[in-house]
Write a protein that binds this ligand. Structure first.
Ligand code: G3P
Ligand code: MG
Length: 251
């Protein structure tokens, strides 16, 4: 067999949970995605002012909560008082911003193994040691084998790997890279997480030949899902895990 990785079933990762139907990065979104049987959850983390790991996409609170200003300027207590669901639908008004602890606990309580793709959001704030803190929590819950830490900030991935050699890191990127598996090997990354429009089947073959996994984001189009399933990518990150589960089941 030339590419054994391509013969494995492509995994379905819910992007920010099941974000097409539930407010992104909330427990409601994660629980709903798990209930329909996703293989993995992708979610984003920041640090609060007092150093708690917080699950939210934007550095600024205004799009997905009723708060204002930046995550980094609020304590966890302040952040937990915010409504993280009403912006999406008033029926989700009870949703709050989760902590990483809560999501790890949810994953630990599942009767089956669930993969976690924790994305470090370092853009505005440098969040020194975020990766180290995240990995320590992952270890304390015994979820090392199921967890992949990704980031567009590759310095943060490199730093994490220097502290924790066993941490699974994956490189997020959004422009075409030539032979990206070479870079993955250089950083000792187990995976590549490219924007779905930036690579072709030859990158899947090249990555797999080096044992590097490939999990494109964010794929919401059925014909693209089918193409990526044919290429044998390791996982697909989607806002519509229900659609991808159905597409995969039909094949
Ligand atoms: O991790 C894949 C994807 O989530 C990266 O982009 O902006 O949706 O976090 P973003
Ligand atoms: Mg993300």
């Amino acid at each position: 067999v030339k590419d054994p990785q391509a013969l494995k079933q492509t995994e379905v990762f819910g992007h920010r949970g099941w974000s097409a139907k539930y407010p992104e990065n909330t427990m409601a979104s994660f629980i709903a995605a798990l209930e329909i049987g996703v293989d993995g959850l992708e979610f984003d983390v920041h640090l609060s002012k007092d150093g708690e790991i917080i699950v939210i996409h934007d550095a600024n609170l205004s799009r997905t909560t009723n708060g204002q200003g930046y995550v980094e300027d609020h304590t966890v207590e302040q952040l937990r008082k915010l409504d993280a669901g009403s912006w999406f639908d008033k029926n989700f008004g009870g949703q709050v911003i989760p902590t990483l602890d809560e999501v790890l606990e949810l994953a630990s309580l599942q009767p089956r193994k669930v993969k976690l793709n924790i994305e470090l959001k370092l853009g505005r704030a440098p969040y020194a040691g975020l990766g180290d803190k995240v990995w320590q929590k992952v270890c304390s819950c015994g979820l090392m084998n199921e967890t992949i830490i990704s980031s567009f900030n590759h310095f943060a991935l490199r730093d994490l790997k220097q502290i924790h050699k066993d941490a699974n890191i994956a490189i997020l990127y959004q422009e075409g890279l030539v032979d990206p598996w070479r870079y993955a090997m250089f950083l000792k990354a187990e995976g590549l997480h490219p924007h779905y429009q930036t690579f072709d089947e030859s990158v899947v073959r090249g990555s797999h030949a080096m044992g590097t996994s490939i999990r494109p984001y964010t794929v919401n189009d059925v014909s693209k899902m089918n193409e990526l399933l044919t290429w044998g990518v390791d996982a697909i990150i989607t806002d519509h895990p229900d659609v991808l589960l159905a597409v995969r089941a039909r094949r």
